[in-house]
Design a protein around this ligand. Sequence first.
Ligand code: FES
Length: 574
Amino acid sequence: MTKRQGLASGLTNYGDQDFAIYLRRSFARSMGLSKAMLQKPIVGIAMTPSGFNNCHRTMPELVEAVSRGVLASGALPRPFPTTSLGEVFLNPTSMVYRNLMAMDTEEMIRAQPMDAVVLIGGCDKTVPAQLMGAASADVPAIQLVTGPMSTGRYRGERLGACTDCRRFWARFRAGELERNEIDDVEGRLATTAGTCAVMGTASTMAVIAEVLGMSLPGTSAIPAVHADRLVAAEATGAAAVALIQKPITPSQVMTEKSVENAIRILMAVSGSTNAVVHLAAIAGRLGIRMSGKRLNEISDQTPVLVDLKPVGEGYMEDFHAAGGVGAVLRELKPLLHLDTIDVEGITLGERLEQPQDWIDRRVIRPFEDPVSPLGGLIALEGNIAPDGAIFKRAAATPELFETEGRAVVFKDLADLAARVDDPDLDIAAGDIMVLQNAGPVAAGMPEAGYLPIPKKLAKKGVQDIVRISDARMSGTAFGTIILHVSPEAAIGGPLAAVQTGDRLRLSVADRRIDLLVDEAEIARRMAAFVPRQQPARGYRALYARTVLQAPDGCDFDFLQHEYMGDGDKAQRST
Ligand code: FES
């Protein structure tokens, strides 16, 4: 039997298929579509506009441009809304809702009659959620990002969200800026549509989507307001139609090898720590596991080649003008798996045989002359992180790489907020700040790992201090910060055993983070551990009950590939 296409696919169950087609066509006619249009194959467009998502402001014109590409190539575009996550508008943190958006995306792709789908996202959690959903639905899919913001100006200085947001805020906290000055800066940080202007989480995930093969080559870094962004959208629509004619599914594109290529580029662009979690979640949907050991091997072989904030100097608009992802991939070519394919069915090797335009070497360095000889991120282990932790060495202070210090513990986010600026806080430069109970189950793993330098230290000129938590940190942040400690404190991870006054040791050379307390004493403290109460109803209860730890991408346990049974496979093929 030939596979049904377009409106005739995925019929509503009335027990009479002919009736279902007849009814669907008659209702579709009420949308003003001709009979000829209704006979075409369909490209769904997962769109995510929202009055709570500034990063997706250009969604209407992107949807229009994708639709133009679909129509010109002979298919019918059908935009549909899904959950949209605007990073700074969500409480307690957008991370809690990434899995909700992933489920929404997966189910709406599967439930509605589409032969291929274009996923339009941009802000931090939206692209991971869409790729997770697409991986599980496994309908031919292609990712389009909204693109990064362009920079603003303040007194002659270029500003871009959100590394500069943090830099100016730190100066304000240290008393170097007046209230009226920080108010002025506030209006200059995010001056165009698009995602954060630096190599933060959104840009890192855009780059990763391209290297995984899920976006068209050369499209991840085009600024949101650049005309080429719309040209890319039109081409994406056309490519989606080609995917109907020659189907390639996400599980054929996102493989163990393409995930390794993605980790490689993550190191080379010195990307966001959050990408490690998101990539683990996407890979987990396909049964692919990422180990800390392999991450460290790749990190030690891969230099940082891109000089962008939050670690370096430039902004995403510079990266695009400098040659973008293609230029970095060419430098990394000997280290890459070249037989991976993208959504057009082209191998990475074939892509890299195409001539590269001019490259701005101030922004994208040659392999022999890198920004740093080692990759930006490493995994740590230790007696407080038996399942691992993540450290962005490229954004840290090298003088703090080997630190032994006294722990100053905050038992949760409320405790941190209440005491961090207390003039009587017992803390000195050289101490190690510890935040507990900010992991996935306890708090949805917010970007609270960038603990503020206590005001009393900031005013003395202390600019960095070792900080440890089970939280995440914004991709635009920087500092000597150990994140994603796993298992988290709230489920009885040994991070819960740390007390103020204990000694802790960070050794980047040994890839370790350890509590220098007798194992018997740690066991005695953990024996007294009492788990916290969790929400009892609704999505938040589902989240707390089923969310996995950081090494599994904080996905829900039942959404991982291992949970796919025969019933799910049968559902997928109907
Ligand atoms: Fe959306 Fe930064 S707030 S990408």
